[in-house]
Design a protein around this ligand. Structure first.
Ligand SMILES: Nc1ncnc2c1ncn2[C@@H]1O[C@H](COP(=O)(O)OP(=O)(O)OP(=O)(O)O)[C@@H](O)[C@H]1O
Ligand SMILES: [Mg+2]
Length: 303
């Protein structure tokens, strides 16, 4: 398992490990992201994102936390050029994705792996096919159709599944998997994708505490090994603080804090999750253990 990272935005801002290196499958250098006063309305009175500015450097690992409805999924969608902001500027790898030509935007998207909160895995598909779908953006239509009939590289899929202890499910049907297995199959796609940035929305929601830790470590290690950027939304506050060098707290579409976990206080967390109807979380306060005091595998606090 990896140890708690110490580098963060308010600490050493030097190049992260592996930044700028070429991804394992040729996806190119890690991608940096920038939001400049971004707002998203969805047509309603309340903004899903409100005047949000942030910069994520190539190769950084960042957790997004915050209560339900805070804007985490919306932020990931804007960062991944899956959703166009109503106001403000977005830059990926130094370019505004919405000003790129169709082919250039498609090329950029092949370098992004976006894992949605609810992965759309076809029920009757074999796991091997579902995992290899991580390569679809790189394939021609003919290659994609061929792989549907006869999986093109089952060994890669098996290796990716093995990282999540699911190698024995290679030829299983997706609808025969448990919810947690399905979630990890969708993450195994990230490993075969060769993307230069992973934008992953709540990857641990169906996992027990031990699997959650293992899964997060696989994602973080894979990103580090490839020099890829990792941005992950999480409801497991303990894991976000324990495993990420930078944590961004979102609430009501605003950034409440953006700092290294060592600088996130119990008050920060209480303010982030304060519920207007029920008051402070779990009674009164939130105590944070840090570093070595936190025991690996300990059930994490979810919100
Ligand atoms: N497609 C949409 N149309 C209208 N409103 C939306 C849409 N998607 C999100 N919203 C609203 O935008 C706000 C932010 O939603 P978002 O999904 O980004 O929150 P979240 O932090 O990811 O929440 P959760 O932790 O529950 O996944 C919410 O108020 C939500 O109702
Ligand atoms: Mg969400």
């Amino acid at each position: 398992m990896t140890s708690r990272a110490s580098q963060g935005p308010e600490q050493d801002r030097g190049e992260p490990d592996g930044a700028g290196s070429v991804g394992a499958d040729g996806a190119g250098a890690a991608l940096g992201f920038r939001l400049d006063r971004v707002s998203v309305n969805f047509g309603g009175a309340r903004r899903a994102l409100s005047d949000v500015s942030l910069e994520i450097r190539p190769g950084e690992q960042v957790a997004l936390i915050g209560p339900s409805g805070a804007g985490k999924t919306t932020a990931l969608s804007v960062l991944g050029a899956a959703l166009r902001a109503d106001e403000g500027g977005v830059s990926i790898d130094g370019q505004d994705p919405w000003k790129l030509s169709g082919p250039a935007l498609r090329a950029l998207r092949t370098r992004l792996f976006i894992a949605p909160q609810t992965p759309p895995l076809p029920a009757r598909q074999r796991v091997v096919t579902a995992v290899l779908a991580g390569r679809l953006p790189h394939w021609s239509l003919a290659q994609a159709l061929r792989s549907l009939a006869l999986p093109s590289d089952p060994e890669s899929a098996r290796q990716a599944l093995a990282r999540f202890s699911l190698q024995d499910k290679l030829w299983a049907r997706v609808d025969r998997l448990s919810g947690g297995e399905r979630q990890r199959v969708s993450l195994a796609r990230a490993l075969v994708s060769g993307a230069a940035a992973f934008l992953i929305d709540e990857p641990l929601s169906a996992l027990d505490p031990t699997l959650a830790l293992q899964t997060l470590d696989v994602l973080a290690q894979t990103a580090r090994d490839r020099g890829a950027t990792l941005i992950c939304s999480l409801h497991q506050v303990d894991l976000a603080l324990d495993r990420f060098p930078r944590v961004i707290g979102l609430r009501d579409g605003n950034i409440v804090f953006d700092r290294a976990p060592a600088k996130v206080s119990g008050d920060d967390i209480s303010r982030l999750y304060y519920n207007r109807d029920t008051g402070p979380v779990s009674g009164t306060e939130w105590t944070l253990e840090t570093g070595a005091a936190r025991s690996p595998g300990r059930p994490s606090r979810c919100f």
